[in-house]
Design a protein around this ligand. Structure first.
Ligand SMILES: NC(=O)c1ccc[n+]([C@@H]2O[C@H](COP(=O)([O-])OP(=O)(O)OC[C@H]3O[C@@H](n4cnc5c(N)ncnc54)[C@H](OP(=O)(O)O)[C@@H]3O)[C@@H](O)[C@H]2O)c1
Length: 399
């Protein structure tokens, strides 16, 4: 209960703010701060309930500390970019305030994400008696909670996890990304990686594909093996795990554009000289692409994100599939946003709600799968992301 300070005012933030405002019994006061004040004010203007806004550069720790001291929040919820994670965690430690985010730290000059940098904060948060919750979005976030829920209620041991992230939505543009273009393209163009028998195996980017019939008649999509950050934390936290993979659907048009952009060097993240100025091609591309926060009114169709999980139940092999389907237009009607931001923003609010109401507690740095899945799963059903379980395999990904 108390004040929440939300940092970042992009697509995901818009949803977090709307959803927090729907729970005034927990989020008694909402303060939204970001680099561009007008973006905070634009989100605030969408709400019936008044919220406070502020300008902050989250890469500047002293400024952030001053803001936190002024606002006195019960929690800082970070939905800026992964580059800010460590700075915001530093400011939380300095001011004694718990922390939550949805994406793990990446150094701006290397397309590499690892939990190591944030896990290294564990002792400092533990000694300060503070909780930092990492990756409370959908993937990472809900997908990891799906795994621990299945482990708790459907299987005695988990042996394999296949996370399958499908977006059958259409925004009508030949090429656009559904969340921050820079982060999205860095992730998608990275080498594929999955965890098997205690080690990481690599594949060329988007070189392994399978067809997937999305449940509830959503249609058949091609899904591609890629690396995703929750594989690292699940490999560490799920006992008996033998293999963990992540698959994401991409349409023909997205892949064709991405290939051309890569071939001409537009996805590079090193600085190049242009007219006497240094520019980073991927950041320039971001400036040309549609703002993900603007896709809401024009995106139709549904997302389906779930996990196919196999293991042992009462000594026999068993496979289950657990998933959520989310409708882009229904999200837009509720919070003026498309489903990608919605499926990230709702679990971020739920993580904050569980922390602020004391249901999820701990001293140190935690990933969501280290906590009891039941209250989170109940909140998903209540807060707009209902889930289903099918007690059999829905796809053969191995032939
Ligand atoms: N776990 C999941 O399922 C999942 C899914 C999608 C996204 N995400 C994560 O969610 C986060 C937000 O994504 P998004 O699509 O909402 O991105 P976005 O639309 O680009 O919004 C990012 C916001 O952060 C602000 N920001 C950037 N640098 C800042 C700084 N130094 N100080 C203060 N504010 C700063 C930006 O400000 P400006 O407007 O001034 O640039 C912008 O308002 C990202 O970390 C993304 O990786 C997680």
């Amino acid at each position: 209960m108390g004040t929440i300070l939300i940092i970042g005012a992009g697509g995901v933030s818009g949803v977090v703010v709307h959803k927090c405002a729907q729970h005034p019994e927990v989020f008694e006061r909402i303060v939204l701060a970001s680099r561009t004040l007008s973006k905070c004010d634009a989100i605030a203007a969408q709400l019936v309930t008044p919220i406070e806004t502020a300008q902050v550069d989250a890469d500047n720790v002293p400024t952030l500390v001053a803001l936190i001291r002024r606002v006195q929040p019960a929690l800082v919820l970070n939905v800026a970019l992964p580059y800010q994670d460590l700075h915001i965690m530093d400011a939380c430690l300095e001011t004694g305030v718990p922390y939550l985010d949805t994406a793990n730290y990446e150094p701006p000059d290397t397309a590499k994400f690892e939990y190591r940098w944030q896990w290294d904060y564990h002792e400092r948060f533990r000694e300060a008696g503070l909780m930092a919750l990492l990756g409370s979005g959908f993937d990472p976030g809900v997908t990891s909670v799906f795994c621990t829920y299945i482990q708790k209620h459907y299987l005695d041991q988990i042996h394999t996890i296949d996370i399958i992230d499908c977006n059958a939505g259409d925004h009508g543009y030949p090429f656009a990304t559904n969340f921050n273009p820079e982060i999205n393209i860095r992730e998608v163009t990275a080498r594929g990686r999955y965890w098997e028998q205690g080690e990481w195996r690599e594949t060329d980017p988007l070189s392994v594909a399978r067809p997937f019939d999305v449940p509830e008649g959503i249609g058949s999509l091609n899904i591609y093996l890629m690396y995703h950050e929750e594989l690292e934390s699940l490999a560490r936290h799920i006992p008996h795990l033998k293999r963990a993979r992540f698959w994401m659907s991409f349409g023909e048009s997205y892949l064709k554009h991405l290939e051309v952009l890569q071939n001409v060097g537009m996805t590079r993240i090193d600085a190049v000289e242009f007219n006497g100025q240094k520019i980073i091609p991927l950041q320039f591309l971001k400036a040309l692409l549609p703002d993900p926060a603007s896709l809401g009114p024009r995106t139709v169709g549904k997302t389906c994100i779930g996990c196919q999980i196999s293991g042992l139940k009462d000594g026999a092999e068993k496979t289950v599939y657990i998933y959520n389907i989310c409708d882009h237009q229904a999200c837009y009607r509720e919070v003026q946003s498309q489903a990608i931001s919605y499926t990230t923003g709702v679990p971020a609010m739920i993580g904050a709600k569980l922390m602020m109401s004391g249901l999820w507690q701990g001293d140190g740095v935690f990933n969501v799968e280290q906590l009891d899945p039941d209250p989170f799963m109940a909140e998903l059903n209540r807060c707009g992301l209902p889930w289903q379980v099918i007690e059999q395999a829905v796809v053969d990904l191995d032939s």
